[in-house]
Ligand binder design. Sequence first.
Ligand SMILES: [Zn+2]
Length: 442
Amino acid sequence: MLYFLLGILAVIGVHTILLKKQMERRIKINRYHMIVSALFSIYTIFLIEFLHDRKIHMNYELLNIFLIYVPIGIAMPLIYQRYKYFIRDVIYVVLIDLYILILQNFSTGKHNSLMILFSLLGLLFGYFICTCINHVYPELRKSLILKKRRKKIVISLYEIETITVCFVVLFSIIATAEQVSGKNTNKEGKESVHQTSGVPQEEGDRYSHIYYADADKYDRYDAYAKKNPRMPLEEVVWRVDANLDQEFYDEKYIKYADENTDTPLLINKFNRVEDDFEPDELVALEGDYIATPQTVAAYQKLTDDMEELGMKIYVCSSYRSVNYQDRLYRYYLKTDSVEEVDTYSSRPGFSEHHTGRAIDVSQVYNKLEAFEGSDEALWLYANAYKYGFIVRYKDDQTDVTGYIFEPWHIVYVGEEISNTMHDEKIETLEEYVVKYVDHHKP
Ligand SMILES: [Zn+2]
């Protein structure tokens, strides 16, 4: 938005100066031509803003860039009736592209060189269409071209465009410098952060419509949004609330579960139990495995229904003490590095298995690796919520949960929570807790 306003100001400024200059020189001005030129410049600035703030995916993005440049390809020669300047127009478009790339580079750390290619393709395609129009319908072209006194205004048009290009470049340098320097230190920096959700962005007010946004985390939201420019603001906020902008296991953010809670809901890489934690009551689940009574009852119902459908699953793990997890974690460390082990095993105190509500299952006894893709796994993925269970570590949520896809790991959260998550399409407990436990939906 800031860029858009600055851009429009630049266009108005340039045109005002030119108007004055022309009056001094007593050159007759074609007002229509001035208006068209100004509108075209504003359109170009809008284009920059649109591409800058876009949230569309890669393929659409390139297609859109292509389509957006088609009208420019048609409009440029049609408006100005000057095919001989086409090369200059192409340079103009490449400059705009470079401007976008600079912005992109600073805001995401990545850039997309395909964008230039697709914009040029769009431009050439538009130009091709324009040429066809000229050959096939010369009278249409005549009606499209604005009446003008060419000799008298040709200098001013040239100046308008040259100066506009200069302004766009200058303006891009200022905007980029501003983004680099002022981002975290002043309030204006906030405005230059990407706004991806399309809501009005009053200064300091970007998050006030999100009920789970915490006023003291605005700086973290800004920083995370900058790193993830295509992520909707709502997602930015709940992710930061869940500390996902921090390193897993960062001591500063680790919270111990309330001692008075028998079964803490959220246990992950920021939320742990005390070393001596044990649920109040644990009962037999299957074989030697134990779990909380509610978990056992729900699991019984779930497996009964599965058996009716001809499917059988076995428990491979359930409740684990912190001590046991400690031994397990250190055992894995004998063969794998800490980074590797952390993707599939919890550090002691951080395992959901401590709660007595998590169960690892497989259709092949004691063989978790065999579970993925099986009929049983697919059924569980789709139906576990009906019994108060959720598949906790989903395949596309590894950056939220911190664990690789574990189709076998289900956790009992109760039907109220599992149904809400299912209805609201909430994929992880992290998101649920931010939206429904830590904050109350208005
Ligand atoms: Zn597990």
